[in-house]
Write a protein that binds this ligand. Sequence first.
Ligand SMILES: C[S@@+](CC[C@H](N)C(=O)[O-])C[C@H]1O[C@@H](n2cnc3c(N)ncnc32)[C@H](O)[C@@H]1O
Length: 187
Amino acid sequence: MTTKKSFLKQFWQEKKMVGAMSPSSKFLAHKMLKNIDFKKAKLIVELGPGNGVFTKKILEKLNPDAKLIVFELNDDFYNLLKNEINDQRMILIHDSAEKIAEFVKKEGFLFADYVVSSLPLANFPKKLQETILKESYDILKNHGKYVQFQYSLLSKKNLEAQFNTIHVSFTPLNFPPAFVYTCLKEK
Ligand SMILES: C[S@@+](CC[C@H](N)C(=O)[O-])C[C@H]1O[C@@H](n2cnc3c(N)ncnc32)[C@H](O)[C@@H]1O
């Protein structure tokens, strides 16, 4: 189930949850991950990995003793990742991203260095967006970053309500073209 065709199948079945018709491009992956200091990161959390386009790149760069906690709610994508990626550093959670704090603590961590999110936030009810952003903020260490891509600027206000500093960049080299928000936690 690694092809664009299967991604499209998921999109039509669960439009609001998946939020994209095809996996992200390598250009978007580069933009999403370029501000991560992989030499120092001990814990990265990924929300909404889909078929793992960012997950695999994170694992390529992640330190041998660091961990990646991944939340995927969709059954098919979860099973795909479970079968395809065999890496001791990845902890795959088949549950919703709004439980991020619960699982990070359960895995023995106090804080994460980065949260990398592909969630289709703009499709979510406002309350769910707020919960996920607050939980992400709470589990980030001071000066940690929340990196999120979106196809529009609709969620900008919600991100600004939670994070102190936000930088927005854009890549046309994705289908659809995407905005990347890099949000800094500063206490
Ligand atoms: C736009 S796709 C992104 C997939 C992939 N990261 C990419 O960029 O190609 C969004 C993903 O978020 C997942 N998702 C949606 N709601 C979720 C939730 N509440 N918790 C965890 N994953 C969720 C969907 O199943 C889907 O895999």
